[in-house]
Ligand binder design. Structure first.
Ligand code: ADP
Length: 629
């Protein structure tokens, strides 16, 4: 599952049906969860209820048997009393002679003392007709003495069978109790006789009932017909478990067994099943019973179960509910976390895609920029190559221009030896004609010398005109000076110029790394300009000076000065000396100094000029170059 917001972002067209489907699934899930949760809570309540009831049943069973024990003990305790008293001589004496007042009095007191000692309610003696002869309560206002109990079933039964036990309401005391009767036989007297009378002990259950009344449970005992005889709740006495048939009730009432009790049914119907919940006064009670065969009674126990059951059920339901809620919370939290993670993952994937697209776009931009740069660099390379070619052409043009200017001078320089050669050749022929071979040989030698000189000049010219292209090599500065002077020699001589070479002996062999032709071209330019400058000046002089200096980094540098005593640099030329096409000469090009400065810079040096502001102080051009090691 993905977050709805994310879905909307990534797939807007599909978002609505997917969202609706998800809502339906969630609703079904919640309903299912609620149903299962409700079932679990309900079931937990049921289990708790059953458990509480089982516990109460167990406890009830124990309480029932204990109380049955107590009830049985209460009766058992008194059972022996009528048996013993049936053989009492005083009782026999009274039966034998009822008119004997002293004997009756003695028996009365004896029974009174016994009743007090045994806590029997009443002990009394009835004769065979039912008349009470003596009683433990003889002295009380409710004395039984003189009462006729012949109608009581226990009298008839005891007389007939020897013993009887009978529960009934007292006709005088109006207190219910158990009557234990025993027939008295005279088997030792002079005239043995059976059935003289009946000794009766009445047991009342007040104490037991008081204890039962104090118990949280409701405890009562019923007879075989279901009539309550002994009960912790006074109001229930002589009420029946189930409605009694009218004739039964009439018979009981006629026998005065339970006095005038209406024998109505109890306000609840426990039925016969044990362990049933019965509503008593609006309270649910657990009903349990135990039959007591020896007396034919049934003991009933009603344990209040409502509160315990309600509390246990509520606790169990609360616990189950809390568990379900906790589970639901955990599940919801897990689901939420999962959704969050998925949402985050989707977002991260989206971000990654966006980043990748951005990187791809940027890479493409860079590739384009790189290609453009490459193209630009190539263009620049071509432009540089073109510029270099142009510069080379320019240098060559400058050189040819210089050549043009010196051509006349050179032609003159060559003409002279050629004319001399011709003269020497004529002379040699004349000497040979005259047979003076030695003189002819001397002339021929001169011719050879002159030819060599011409060769030198033409060689220099050819070299100067040749386009440069050789690699720079260490070149002696003096050789370059000589080369330049060779080309300009005629002009210097023709101008009557005083050429001063100021070259100290220790640096005469100093060298610089350069193309010789180019260094010569620079010198031809500078010396040529000097020759132009001193043309027509008085005492023209050109000085070529070589010096050595040390740079700051310790490297050795050579300084080559070309000075003249011409007019010096014109003011407007001084401002833009190394700019092209600045010339003061009618046939000048204004390229010589530009090209020279360029060539010196290529050799790793500098070309500068100085010219004092006074006319005739001349101009000085200085070439500075690193000395070759
Ligand atoms: P061009 O010689 O063709 O005029 P250059 O570049 O060699 O071209 O020289 C430019 C100008 O510099 C010259 O016309 C001249 O006015 C001036 N100049 C160069 N050298 C000297 C010098 N030694 N004395 C005076 N002026 C000079």
């Amino acid at each position: 599952m993905t977050d709805p917001a994310d879905t909307a972002t990534f797939a807007p067209a599909d978002a609505r049906p997917i969202r609706r489907k998800r809502i339906v699934i969630r609703a079904v899930f919640v309903c299912l969860w609620l149903a299962v949760g409700g079932l679990v809570v309900w079931q937990a309540g049921r289990i708790a209820r059953d458990e509480v009831l089982a516990d109460l049943t167990q406890a009830g069973r124990v309480a029932l048997s204990l109380n049955a024990e107590a009830l049985g003990a209460e009766i058992d305790k008194q059972r022996a009393l009528p048996v013993v008293l049936a053989r009492d001589p005083d009782a026999l004496a009274v039966l034998r002679a009822p008119e004997n007042g002293a004997a009756r009095d003695r028996l009365n007191r004896k029974l009174e003392a016994l009743a007090r000692a045994t806590r029997a309610a009443v002990i009394y003696l009835i004769d065979d007709h039912g008349l009470t002869l003596a009683a433990s309560n003889w002295s009380s206002p409710v004395s039984f003495v003189g009462n006729d109990y012949g109608f009581r079933p226990y009298h008839a039964v005891a007389m007939a069978e020897g013993a009887a036990e009978h529960f009934a309401m007292g006709t005088v005391s109006h207190r219910p109790g158990m009557y234990l009767a025993r027939r008295i036989d005279d088997d030792r007297g002079p005239a043995p006789r059976s059935g003289l009378g009946v000794m009766v002990v009445k047991i009342e259950f007040d104490r037991l009932e008081a204890i039962w009344a104090g118990a949280p449970e409701r405890i009562f005992a019923t007879d075989a017909r279901g009539v309550v005889l002994v009960s912790g709740i006074a109001g229930w006495r002589f009420q029946s478990l189930a409605p009694l048939p009218e004739e039964t009730r009439a018979a009981i009432r006629a026998g005065l067994q339970y006095g005038d009790a209406p024998l109505t049914p109890l306000p609840f119907s426990p039925g016969t099943d044990d362990g049933r919940l019965v509503s008593v006064d609006g309270t649910g009670m657990l009903h349990q019973s135990l039959t007591m065969p020896e007396i034919g009674w049934t003991l009933h126990l009603m344990t209040p179960a409502d509160q315990a059951v309600r509390r246990a059920v509520a606790d169990a339901r609360a616990l189950a509910g809390a568990g379900i809620a906790l589970l639901a919370t955990l599940a919801a939290a897990g689901l939420y976390r999962r959704q969050q993670l998925q949402g985050r993952a989707a977002h991260a994937a989206h971000e990654r895609q966006r980043l990748e697209a951005a990187v791809a776009g940027r890479t493409a931009d860079l590739a384009r920029a790189y290609a453009a740069l490459e193209a630009e660099m190539e263009e620049r390379r071509q432009a540089e190559a073109a510029a270099r070619r142009l510069q080379d052409d320019l240098i060559q043009a400058g050189r040819l221009a210089v050549l043009g200017r010196i051509a006349a001078s050179v032609a003159h320089e060559i003409n002279q030896p050629v004319a001399a050669i011709r003269a020497f050749a004529d002379n040699a022929r004349a000497f040979l004609d005259r047979g003076r071979a030695d003189a002819a040989l001397a002339n021929l030698s001169r011719i050879a010398e002159l030819t060599a000189r011409i060769g030198t000049i033409t060689g220099q010219l050819r070299g100067f005109a040749r386009k440069a292209g050789t690699a720079p090599t260490p070149v002696r500065v003096t050789e370059a000076i000589d080369g330049a002077l060779l080309l300009l020699g005629h002009r210097i001589r023709a101008g009557g110029i005083d050429l001063v070479r100021d070259i100290p002996a220790d640096i005469a062999g100093a060298r610089v790394v350069a193309e010789r032709v180019r260094l010569e071209q620079v010198l031809v330019n500078l010396i040529g300009n000097a020759v132009d400058a001193v043309d027509g000046r008085p005492a023209p002089r050109i000085t070529i000076r070589l010096s050595r200096s040390r740079a700051d980094d310790g490297a050795s540098r050579l300084g080559l000065q070309v000075s003249d005593n011409g007019p010096g640099l014109a003011p407007d030329i001084r401002e833009a000396l190394f700019l092209p096409f600045r010339t003061t000469k009618p046939d000048g090009l204004g390229l010589g100094l530009v090209i020279s400065a360029d060539l010196v810079r290529e050799m790793g040096g500098t070309l500068s000029a100085c010219s004092p502001d006074t006319d005739g102080a001349g101009a000085t051009f200085i070439i500075e170059l690193p000395e070759a090691g």
